[in-house]
Design a protein around this ligand. Structure first.
Ligand code: FRU
Length: 468
């Protein structure tokens, strides 16, 4: 049963009930997107990990499917209540079969983490392979923390990149196989430069717009273990990824363990967990916890990784309001009421504007002292999300840089019951935060002392993706 609760989101993926963390096994199979996820259906705390499962025709509307993996085998099950399970992993399509590769974890056993596969012909029922574990131990350059295989096919061979650590440095181990069962270790393809974390969780390695990108979710890295996009040059023959530059994937507080897939339109689409470990998660009181970001299409432009909501999201828009040439000043605030789920586009003409700073308020209330503020500094190119008065939940703020030397500043803001995803300048920087307002007014305001020219302001209500 799906729990009914006021904290449910309108157009973001959530578990039907219970606990959810990382997205797993993202794959396009038989004309449908599949999303698996780290799942404990029996409680609202992290526990024995199952793989929840859902699919979608458009990467927006998700249909719940039966649990795909339950911890059952000795490489993934023990009597310890917390500390075993089918940990994160990925999926690949081979001869019309859908194959999952995941980490079996048993705390207290040595080695505690092994890599395993499960096979399905219908994309619904999965059978664990008799040869499991297919990678029974960690390489010498790594340690027992050895998990989250991301598998892909290239020139008729399979590759898997797996996160590990040694001597305080996160590492990505690379393997190659002809058949997904026998794997050859090719070496550590990349490792932390010292500030990129002491354990690399959930690596993903792919090409987008001809650029090789390695995504990692580093433990104890910079800024709350915020996931990194590392650009570089990958050579599948030598198995080396040479780092060039890196940046946070998302400047917000609530974003972890992103994974990507490639679809039939050759789009590289990423979904992340819209939470982080050890955050307060107020929806627990309603019997469920955890949400995913919307599907974001990746591109590589201006030597940076861009992400933008897939265009299918726009199908959810209704009752739109579209205005142009608005001047905001101390004489003239903008204020309106939004639907709980909304999509906003703001385009600011920086050449005409006199303002040095301005603020956007979201989910503001008239009755309680509550709001989320996006404070934009146009002289420094800095945007700060202030959550101190955001209701329940975490209050930590977050800041993103942006290019303020352009003629325009473009903001796209996806607002849902308790999430705000902000895309700056077509997704050059992104900021994701969870917010739990108690009031219901949902006021949206733009306030500026000095003249601020909006060349365009559009906003819509968003339909729900859930039936019933
Ligand atoms: C990342 C992670 C993975 C692990 C999974 C366990 O959030 O810690 O490294 O496989 O969660 O649920």
């Amino acid at each position: 049963a799906v729990v009914k609760s006021p904290s449910r989101l309108h157009y973001h993926f959530m578990p039907p009930i219970g606990w959810m963390n990382d997205p797993n096994g993202l794959v396009y199979f038989n004309h449908e997107y599949h999303l698996f996820y780290q799942y404990d259906p029996y409680g609202v705390e992290w526990g024995p990990m199952h793989w929840g499962h859902a699919k979608s025709k458009d990467a927006v509307h998700w249909e719940y499917l039966p649990v795909a993996l339950v911890p059952s085998e000795d490489y993934e099950f023990s009597e310890i209540e917390r500390g075993h399970g089918c940990f994160s992993g990925s999926a690949v399509v081979r001869d019309k079969q859908l194959i999952l590769m995941y980490t079996g974890n048993v705390d207290g056993r040595h080695p505690k983490q092994t890599q395993n596969i499960a096979i399905s012909s219908d994309g619904l029922h999965f059978e664990k392979c008799h040869e499991n574990p297919v990678i029974a131990s960690f390489p010498e350059e790594g340690t027992e923390d050895f998990r989250d295989p991301k598998v892909w096919e290239e020139n008729g061979q399979y590759y898997a990149v797996i996160g590990t650590k040694k001597e305080g440095l996160g590492k990505a181990a690379l393997y190659r196989s002809q058949n997904l069962v026998n794997w050859n270790y090719l070496g550590i393809c990349a490792q932390s430069n010292g500030e990129q974390g002491d354990m690399w969780e959930c690596p993903d390695l792919f090409k987008v717009d001809d650029q090789d990108i390695l995504l990692v979710s580093p433990m104890y890295g910079l800024k709350n273990s915020s996931p990194l996009a590392i650009s570089g040059i990958f050579d599948s023959e030598t198995g080396k990824f040479v780092q060039d530059a890196y940046d946070f994937i998302d400047y917000g507080h609530d974003f972890y363990a992103p994974q990507t897939l490639i679809d039939d339109q050759n789009r590289r689409i990423m979904i992340g967990w819209m939470n982080i470990w050890f955050a307060e998660m107020p929806e627990k009181k309603d019997g469920w916890v955890g949400a995913m970001t919307v599907s974001r299409k990746l591109s590589y432009q201006n030597n940076q990784l861009y992400q933008y909501p897939v265009k299918e999201i726009e199908e959810l828009r209704y009752d739109g309001v579209s205005t142009s040439e608005i001047m905001i000043s101390n004489q003239n605030d903008f204020s309106t009421q939004l639907h709980e789920a909304a999509d906003i586009e703001i385009e600011i003409d920086l050449e005409k504007s006199k303002a040095e700073v301005f603020s956007i308020y979201l989910k503001a209330s008239e009755t309680v002292d509550e709001y989320i503020e996006l404070l934009v500094d146009l002289t420094k190119g800095k945007l700060t999300c202030i959550r101190e008065k955001s209701g329940a939940g975490e209050k930590t703020g977050s800041t993103a840089p942006f290019n303020h030397e352009l003629a325009k500043l473009k903001l796209r803001i996806l607002v849902d019951t308790n999430s705000i995803e902000l895309f700056i300048n077509d997704g050059q920087q992104v900021m994701t935060n969870r917010v739990y307002p108690l009031g219901e007014d949902n006021l949206f305001k733009i306030i500026s002392e000095q003249a601020l020219y909006l060349s365009q302001l559009n906003y819509w209500k968003m339909k729900t993706i859930w039936k019933g």
